[in-house]
Design a protein around this ligand. Structure first.
Ligand code: HSE
Length: 409
């Protein structure tokens, strides 16, 4: 049997899907029992994508895909919220199954689209939407069914990890490293979401749905990117034996959830500190397994297309077994988890030159213990003992200006 599919978008990930199908079609056919043909690809500009015209019929009109009864799977690799949401909604309403790599869309409109898929007995799969090539969502869904996840912590944005690695190891400027990440196809079309931490936050939202069965929104937690990192703090962190990484943390404590995306300091010899460039890593702590670490390429054409391909093949199997209409994530926690700020971590704090006596008095009043204090150039650097985010936020009300604050993991 032949299953015909359509691609929405032929950029970094879409072209990767075409390449994988061409290169590995023998194995794909053998393991799925079906021949997969990309019948149509939706692009914005036919001229720009002429090089693909021999491999796939190009169109600028989504209705050509929607009204084609032969197309059973619509694969969204175009990114962004709109018109992706409208296209996917129309495809599901028309009874077509959908595979998407679009984390923005699934983090913001996921519940609505999943319901639409259910109502139309269609599948909606999105394993490529978190951590690129790492098959994390399906793993959380299938391989932790009898387990209880306590914490997920990791590097979930390839672009920022690439930028920080290149600045640290090759001495590249922030702008030059970002430009290179864009050229290599790691960054989003508009990389603001990468550097401000929003892309990582969307992925944490999806990971929390699968790990804890909860639905949280972007506005529920603190998200900080790498766009305000200062060279001074990067250098000081390095001198103190730390590496800075953009880390997403989701930690369940009883009926509360601590969740945050922020640049953090990791000891140079920590496993996560040595995850470089576009590589992502997820550390999952659970009752049955203890700590498991999954690592691999979190961005890039072929790596992300590989996850998309896994979803397409799963979908093809469901079609063959007339088994569509399944939820990709079946875990839903009836009891919602309250978001907490009361988890303790040591912090690196950087102040404009402050009188030590004055700082010490404020630290005392807030119950913050100092582990190390240094005065360098016109700055005061303090490494605190473990404190909560709430204590840190209180400090900003004392009139003391914190120039930088990073958790130390
Ligand atoms: N821009 C994303 C990243 C792509 O850098 O991780 C993969 O989601």
């Amino acid at each position: 049997m032949t299953v015909k599919i359509a691609l929405l978008g032929l950029g970094t990930v879409g072209s990767g899907v075409l390449n994988i199908i061409k290169k590995n079609n023998g194995k794909i056919e053998q393991t799925s029992g079906q021949t997969i043909v990309v019948k149509k690809a939706l692009v914005r500009n036919l001229q720009k994508y002429q090089e693909f015209a021999e491999k796939v019929s190009l169109t600028t009109d989504f209705n050509e895909i929607l009204s084609d009864p032969e197309i059973k799977i619509v694969t969204d690799v175009m990114g962004g919220l709109h018109p992706a949401k409208e296209y996917i909604s129309e495809a599901l309403s028309a009874g077509k199954n959908v595979v998407t790599a679009n984390k923005d869309l699934m983090a913001v409109f996921g519940s609505e689209l999943i319901k639409l898929a259910q109502d139309n007995h269609c599948d909606l799969m999105y394993d490529a939407s978190a951590a690129g090539g790492i098959p994390i969502l399906r793993t959380l869904s299938d391989s932790y069914v009898g387990d209880h996840i306590l914490e997920i912590q990791g590097i979930v944005n390839g672009t920022t990890n690439y930028i920080l690695s290149q600045m640290d190891e090759k001495g590249l400027s922030y702008a030059a490293a970002l430009k290179r990440a864009q050229e290599l196809g790691f960054a989003e079309a508009y990389p603001t979401n990468d550097v401000t931490g929003k892309d990582a936050a969307y992925k944490m939202i999806l990971l929390c749905q699968f790990a804890f069965g909860v639905h949280i929104k972007l506005s529920d937690f603190s998200v900080q990117g790498i766009n305000h990192l200062q060279g001074f703090d990067l250098q000081q962190a390095k001198k103190l034996g730390y590496t800075i990484k953009l880390i997403g943390i989701a930690k369940k404590i009883a009926d509360q959830l601590f969740i945050e995306v922020a640049p953090c300091l990791l000891s140079n010899d920590a496993l996560m500190a040595n995850i470089k460039n576009e590589i992502n890593a997820l550390q999952i702590v659970s009752e049955n397994l203890g700590t498991a670490l999954l690592t691999g390429p979190g961005a890039g054409s072929i790596a992300t297309a590989n996850s998309v391909m896994n979803d397409i093949v799963s979908e093809v199997r469901n079609l063959a077994h007339k088994n569509t209409g399944q939820l990709f994530n079946r875990f839903s926690n009836e009891d919602s988890l309250d978001i907490t700020k009361d988890v303790k971590y040591p912090y690196y704090l950087s102040f404009a030159q402050e009188k030590i006596a004055h700082l010490s008095q404020i630290f005392d009043e807030l119950g913050i213990e100092i582990q190390e204090l240094k005065q360098i150039e016109d700055r005061t650097i303090v490494i605190t003992k473990a404190i909560t985010r709430r204590q840190l936020e209180k400090m900003t009300t004392t009139g003391v200006k914190i120039l930088a604050s990073y958790k130390i993991l």
